[in-house]
Design a binder for this molecule. Sequence first.
Ligand code: NAP
Length: 281
Amino acid sequence: MQLISGKAVSADIRQDLAAQTIEFEKKFGRVPALAVIIVGDDPASHTYVNNKIKGCAQVGFRSICQKYENGTPQEEIAAYIRSLAEDDGVDGILVQLPLPKGYDEKYLLSLIPDSKDVDGFSPTNTGLLSMNRPNTVSCTPLGVMHLLASTGVQLAGKDAVVIGRSNTVGKPMAMLLLNANCTVTVCHSKTADLASYTKKADIVVVAIGRPKFLKGDMVKEGAIVIDVGINRVDGKLVGDVDFDEVAPKCSFITPVPGGVGPMTITMLLANTLSAAKNRLS
Ligand code: NAP
């Protein structure tokens, strides 16, 4: 069994992004810029946003972080997003999710132009991915593809099972694997006999938010297992995979923490650089 280190893969990509940022600045006279909007005081969301801002600094991007108190009128936030949408010096706009109750997520996200949608959540970017004409792809599944690539294993022809069908993780993950010529099955909370699918899979990606859900007897020998889950149990971070049971059967497996997690922000940075290049070239 080999561990796939998201930390190591991520560090390599960030180094490359930093080098590309220097070239970008030489060519366009400024660095790429990401704007992040956060509403309310959810501690986990603030940690994610701080890490995104730190990530920008690490690769040399400019970042703007706008914090709103819960209760700020939605139209005030909407007006700010519109101003960022029109600002030529801003390449990416991200609204940290989830928003507190009472805000219309769909409406606020719809104000982000596709060209600045660095999360890859817009209907257009989602549709382009499903047509295998990807523009900006959702960061977490895109990070998983880099981790799979780092194994050197040929993906074409493999049986892949994705557990979870959220619009932001499970579905784009399935599309990326399909685009990579895997035969893809998507399982979810209504799947009957889920283990019958995972037991046959060469690749299992779990993204459900249920601690230690995937057990040793649910995977075949030699499988590649990617654990997207982030669950806090007794103050500890735990994935959706029962690592101790599953790892001995795997050819490759991601740990939690240090697997998929570090890749997500790195992909956000990569998407921001691409968005900047697409807008300015
Ligand atoms: P989500 O929107 O809550 O979706 C969860 C999905 O899991 C749903 O499709 C649900 O099925 C399915 N599901 C729930 N319980 C299940 C069960 N017992 N058996 C089979 N399927 C089940 O979650 P998400 O945003 O996709 O995130 C999933 C996990 O990934 C969470 O732990 C989240 O924290 C983590 N995450 C990590 C990163 C990272 O950077 N590492 C990024 C994003 C998310 P139904 O559709 O039938 O309800």
